[in-house]
Design a protein. Structure first.
Length: 59
């Protein structure tokens, strides 16, 4: 059950980053690091950006 909740939280964090809400709704560094490991986000010009793989994950 915890894995499912973690996956849900990661997808919400990814949605927040894609919508640029992460500046106002703090996404934890732990979640951002996990999203980097999944290659769903990357750093570009000092900003966290959703990758093409991340967009596919959002459906």
């Amino acid at each position: 059950m915890d894995e499912i909740l973690d996956e849900i939280a990661l997808r919400w964090a990814l949605r927040d980053i894609a919508a640029r809400r992460h500046r106002f709704l703090r996404v934890s560094e732990t979640k951002i690091q996990r999203l980097r490991e999944l290659q769903w986000v990357e750093d570009r010009d000092g900003e966290v950006e959703v990758t093409e793989a991340g967009r596919r994950a959002l459906g």
